[in-house]
Design a protein around this ligand. Structure first.
Ligand SMILES: C[S@@+](CC[C@H](N)C(=O)[O-])C[C@H]1O[C@@H](n2cnc3c(N)ncnc32)[C@H](O)[C@@H]1O
Length: 280
């Protein structure tokens, strides 16, 4: 059903609907990657028991709350604790070590943090490096429902074995009990890992950033953007990074030749880049 719906949505319809959403609500999906956006709209049509994009169209443009509730289906919130352990090892042993040797305090931005797992994975690294109390973290996402879950920091306990395997690959002396309080079917992030974090709704496509960071995470967010939008967001991140600041991308994020003028590769395998300073 969803596949058929996907095939039925034309590029023109997609363009018209995203244009209408933008002018009605000032929420801009116009340069999201076509295939993933069509999949998102097809998911929404089927989830809401509708038949065509036209049915969804009417509802979306009449009902702002409905549209806000649709954002998660349009953007995909998938995330995990300790995803890609090799990356966390590199971050722990080299990147945080480097920033720590140069700066007393560390400013971080997790752009597109979804439900917070990545932000809390970083908090464990910072604690292990003795930097947690010296770090300010700004964690942002477009989706207010994802952010509400991130602030709560409460995850299903069924995932504990999977997550623990990731954790002990890079911090073998840590256990999930250090990080979480276990309650019935859930595990809740301990408060000490939350104090340095400011979760905030922010749209990477439209909103400004008025501060500077030593490290910016933007993992698995730009995979949903077209080339034009990716470059816009990379420029925003470039301007918000301190000279020599680090940019962390996801393993499937693509990097264009134009972007290589802004960032140099620090480690290709783990997708860590560094800002090319204006003086370089
Ligand atoms: C696949 S998740 C990635 C989560 C996390 N960074 C990770 O890699 O585990 C992508 C996130 O990007 C967010 N996102 C999509 N478009 C955005 C935008 N324009 N501004 C801010 N966040 C956006 C989505 O809401 C979603 O939570």
């Amino acid at each position: 059903m969803a596949k058929k719906l996907y095939d039925e949505i034309s590029n023109e319809e997609l363009k018209a609907l995203t244009g209408a959403i933008k002018s009605r609500y000032d929420i801009d999906f116009t340069n999201y990657e076509t295939k993933s956006l069509k999949r998102g709209f097809a998911r929404l049509i089927s989830k809401n028991g509708m038949e065509t994009l036209l049915d969804l169209w009417g509802k979306v443009l009449r009902d702002r709350e409905f549209l806000i509730g649709c954002i998660d289906d349009l953007t995909v919130n998938l995330t995990e604790l300790f995803r890609n352990p090799d990356f966390w090892v590199k971050l722990h042993d080299e990147v945080v070590e480097d920033v720590k040797s140069k700066h007393r305090t560390l400013n971080m931005w997790h752009a597109g943090c979804s439900t917070g797992e990545e932000v809390y994975s970083m908090a464990v690294v910072l604690e292990d490096k003795g930097m947690l109390h010296r770090t300010k973290t700004w964690a942002t996402d477009l989706s207010s429902t994802a952010l509400a879950k991130a602030i709560e920091g409460r995850y299903p306990a069924t995932l504990v074995t999977k997550y623990e395997k990731g954790l002990i690959k890079y911090l073998p002396h840590k256990s999930m009990d250090d990080m979480f309080k276990f309650e019935d079917k859930h595990m809740k992030v301990k408060d000490k890992y939350k104090k340095h974090i400011d979760f905030h709704q922010h749209n990477l496509v439209q909103d400004k950033v008025d501060r500077k960071f030593h490290i910016v995470f933007c993992r698995n967010v730009m995979i949903y953007f077209d080339e034009y939008l990716k470059m816009q967001v990379l420029k925003l991140i470039y301007d918000s990074l301190e000279d020599d600041g680090y940019l962390i991308l996801g393993y499937y994020d693509m990097f264009s030749n134009e972007a290589k003028k802004l960032f140099k590769v620090y480690d290709a395998k783990t997708r860590i880049y560094q800002k090319i300073g204006s003086a370089s």
